[in-house]
Write a protein that binds this ligand. Sequence first.
Ligand SMILES: [Zn+2]
Length: 113
Amino acid sequence: MDCKTAEKLIPKFLKNECTDKEEILLLEHMKGCPECKEEFTIQLLLGEGLNRLESGESFDLNEELEKRLKVKRQEKKPRRRLLSSEGQRILADIVTGAIIVAVIVGLLLWQIH
Ligand SMILES: [Zn+2]
């Protein structure tokens, strides 16, 4: 998968609209591509953060990420295979990185506010 395809898949992935195959290809790509991993993190954080700011709700980035992780873990739709253990491991790596970025972005958003 090239970066262009990955960039297109990121918003789909965040909306849970990716097929299993796309999901794994995207995660595999991000494993070896720091640029796309960063893009993923930014879209995840800014997408959620800005939505909340617009709607006037308070927004806790760390809480949001944890909630998202929990949802991922609890997702057991029968028609949909869970991520492979490799996929889960990659996603966990990405989310760990995202939490660090979340603190930084959180501070920035808080300052703007
Ligand atoms: Zn890439």
